[in-house]
Design a protein around this ligand. Structure first.
Ligand code: URA
Ligand code: CA
Length: 433
């Protein structure tokens, strides 16, 4: 096989075979195919797209480019959840203990990553003592014992995806639906998932700003899953405003605790119940979504979900007393109210700009090396559709040394207040099975 012939074939709209895709991915991973050829191929895929067979082959070739996690030592169906990113998305922190408390085994690999706030691991590390540096045997053992454990992402999984994603980032080829779909699915499969629940965000704060693109991405990932034997379900959810009220690491931990207690924001609670119901059905602990939802609601009411969270924190070195005494979490020095300048109804809370505001306070990482401030962030006091009087707080800024003035300016840019009533957006806007 000659790489140039395969690039030409794709450029001219041909279909690559599984063997050809494996040759390309193996060669790129071992360095025998250079970046310039792979960038030409990525660009050809960007313009020509990929057939369903090609997407499935690409996904599995990337899975096989590195190590895979064997969760065979854990009893039950391992269902993983993936969210395509958003602003202030606290769902993993809530969902993991919630579904574990009804018997879904949760063996979660999580990362730090770049973004407006830290990744799930950063958020959890705002709990004194909590750590994810556990060996794989201990990880499996903890899931079997407690139903739930979180381990740091191994950098030996899907090396082809890592290399290709970096290349796409600098060659204008990130925004290709087949490349995004196979990238996401390869990572979930390599981390040992038997079944996958996807939360595909759409709207201002999302990767896929248009509903039609989000639907196409969701359908693409569900199709890959079914072709490679991993039952996959996708929920399309609104990111035209931040999810929940808190944007920031320790602030989101507190929000997750409130939600597990049954006192969380309505939208975050609803999304967790929706995603959790799909997880429970795929894991086989409930026969249908209605039954699953009742089980999850009961686990919140009875306190079992919260107890599961405490047991999980303790097992990984964390001080579980923060659950009952959230004032022990890292707290910012200054709390600044951001008052409404006029009366009316909240019409928009541009999620991306709110994320940027949190970033200016130090809640996120701009580069891999930056340190994040776990205490800082923003708590929304109003959501879209809420009435507001001039002078009433729209948000509270939790700030330390940096960024308060700039963050407040961004918050005013993000939030629109209109005189006429506004209907709040629907949260779950679609599903793909
Ligand atoms: N997220 C991923 O993991 N991969 C992509 O290609 C895009 C977003
Ligand atoms: Ca939130």
């Amino acid at each position: 096989m000659r790489t140039v012939d395969l690039i030409t074939k794709k450029r001219d709209g041909g279909e690559l075979t599984e063997a050809e895709i494996r040759y390309l991915i193996q060669g790129y991973t071992d360095g025998s195919i250079p970046d310039y050829q792979m960038s030409a191929l990525a660009m050809a895929i960007f313009f020509r797209g990929m057939t369903p067979e090609e997407r499935a082959s690409l996904t599995m070739a990337m899975v096989d480019s590195g190590e895979t996690i064997d969760l065979g030592g854990i009893a039950g169906v391992k269902v993983d959840k993936h969210s395509t990113g958003g602003v202030g998305d606290t769902t993993t922190l809530v969902l993991a203990p919630l579904v574990a408390s009804v018997g879904v085994p949760v063996a979660k690999m999580s990362g730090r990553g770049l973004g407006h706030t830290g990744g799930t691991i950063d958020k959890l590390e705002s709990i004194p003592g909590f750590h994810v540096e556990i060996g794989s045997d201990e990880f499996i053992e903890l899931v079997n014992r407690n139903g739930l454990a979180v381990i740091g992402q191994s950098d030996r999984l899907t090396p082809a995806d890592k290399k290709l994603y970096g290349l796409r980032d600098v060659t204008g080829t990130v925004n290709s639906i087949p490349l995004i779909a196979s990238s996401i699915m390869s990572k979930k499969i390599a981390s040992g998932a038997d079944a996958i629940v996807l939360d595909v965000k759409t709207g201002d704060g999302a990767f896929m700003k248009e509903m039609s693109e989000a639907e196409e991405l969701a359908a693409c990932m569900v199709d890959i899953g079914s072709r490679v034997g991993r039952k996959t379900v996708a929920v399309l959810s609104d990111m035209s405003q931040p999810l929940g009220n808190a944007i920031g690491n320790a602030l989101e931990v507190k929000e997750a605790i409130d939600t597990l207690r049954g006192r969380g924001p309505a939208d975050l609670t609803e999304l967790c119940l929706t995603l959790g119901s799909h997880m429970a059905v795929l894991a086989g602990v409930a026969t249908d979504r209605e039954e699953a939802r009742v089980m999850l609601e009961r686990a919140i009411e009875s306190g079992e979900a919260l107890e599961k969270f405490k047991a999980f924190l303790t097992a990984q070195g964390g001080d579980a007393s923060v659950v009952d005494e959230p004032e022990r979490l890292p707290a910012a020095k200054r709390l600044i109210e951001v008052p409404a300048r006029e009366s009316g109804y909240v019409a928009a809370i541009a999620a991306e700009r709110m994320g940027l505001a949190a970033m200016l306070l130090g809640a996120g990482r701009a580069t891999k090396e930056s340190r994040i401030d776990l205490a800082v962030g923003i708590v929304l006091r109003k959501k879209i559709g809420d009435p507001v009087q001039a002078g009433e707080p729209l948000a509270t800024v939790h700030a330390n040394e940096i960024g308060a003035e700039e963050a407040i300016a961004r918050i005013y840019e993000a939030i629109t207040v209109r005189p006429e009533p506004v209907r709040p957006p629907a949260l779950v806007v679609g599903e793909v099975h």
